[in-house]
Design a protein around this ligand. Structure first.
Ligand code: ZN
Length: 320
């Protein structure tokens, strides 16, 4: 075990992409070392991830101070003193590794030569270094590395004034944990929709930040079938019914629980290998095919079906 790498923010959710709770957990892991700190040096190890980096990427970051670290849906939004916003997306396999010498034991720190930090850091995790594509050196002395073996992640810099027109963000629906997301807005978005409830919740225009895992989990908490037609949570005028209320409650509850679990795993996590099964133990239906349903009083068994090419896990007995 390495004491050099103080924090690894990563996931072990198989082929699933990080969703809102994972991204929020990353945000909370990065905030203490990046917010208020200046980029002293930015290293790009490749010209592209999912997309090419802008040519002036490092120049637009170096010397700038982070004035806020936010999140919109699954995007990390880093506000810069220059008026730019650095947008980062984890893709399928992206993770951030934070090396913060301030968190090391005092005795070790005293013996350390600053110039030696980086060399030792990479030496200790050489097996992953080939996938370290971006390295941020911060004035907080933290070194933040973005590692992404499959390179579906991306980073983009957009002036804050142009954020409203940004194609990535323009069509996003409401934040599910925000006040703007309630039964009325969800029902209105699902009004007349002939698609399944599962497909509607996966649609980022209906609600932003949910993916396969938390949609399955939310539907189970709401006791609603993923196959149910989306329009059935609204009346014909688009007003919410009791199903819409349950669904919104289920979505908010599962996200809040997962963010809480992510927060505690961040605090406890000291392993350097990047394999952290963050929330799996809390799943009620996801990846539990053939196991007993956990709904109190339900004797059902979790079933797996395929919807729009993705696995859906649900209990046919209690999810109607
Ligand atoms: Zn059940």
């Amino acid at each position: 075990m390495s004491s050099k790498i103080n924090q690894v923010v990563a996931f072990a959710t198989g082929c699933e992409m990080p969703e809102l709770p994972e991204v929020e957990t990353v945000r909370r892991g990065l905030e203490p070392v990046m917010d208020g700190a200046r980029f002293t040096k930015v290293e790009l190890r490749r010209r592209d991830l999912r997309w090419p980096f802008p040519k002036d990427f490092a120049a637009r970051l170096e010397g700038k101070t982070v004035t806020g670290l936010g999140r919109r849906a699954k995007y990390l939004m880093v506000d810069l003193s220059s008026g730019d916003v650095l947008i980062m997306h984890l893709g399928m396999s992206g993770s951030f590794h934070v090396f913060n010498p301030h968190l090391e034991p005092r005795a070790k720190r005293a013996a350390k030569d600053d110039d030696d930090l980086l060399g030792r850091y990479y030496h200790e995790r050489a097996q992953h270094a080939a996938h370290d594509h971006v390295v941020f050196h911060m004035s907080s002395r933290a070194i933040v590395t973005f590692n992404d073996p499959r390179r579906f992640g991306f980073m983009k810099i957009v002036p804050r004034a142009k954020l409203d027109a940004e194609p990535l963000l323009k069509r996003l629906g409401p934040e599910p944990l925000g006040n703007a997301f309630d039964a009325a807005t969800l029902a209105a978005a699902c009004k007349g929709k002939k698609t399944s409830l599962k497909a509607a919740l996966m649609d980022q225009r209906v609600v932003a930040g949910l993916g396969n895992i938390y949609v399955c989990e939310a539907l189970h908490r709401a006791l609603l079938s993923p196959k149910r037609r989306a329009s059935t949570i609204a009346d014909k005028n688009g007003a919410p019914n009791e199903r819409a209320e349950r669904l919104v409650d289920g979505i908010k509850a599962v996200l809040n629980d997962a963010i809480k679990a992510g927060g505690s795993s961040l605090r406890d996590h000291k392993r350097p290998d990047g394999e952290l099964g963050m929330f799996q133990h809390r799943f009620r239906v996801y990846d539990r095919e053939g196991q007993r349903c956990v709904t109190p009083g339900c004797a059902g068994v979790v079933k797996r079906i395929v919807q729009n090419g993705r696995s859906t896990f649900y209990c046919p007995a209690c999810q109607k």
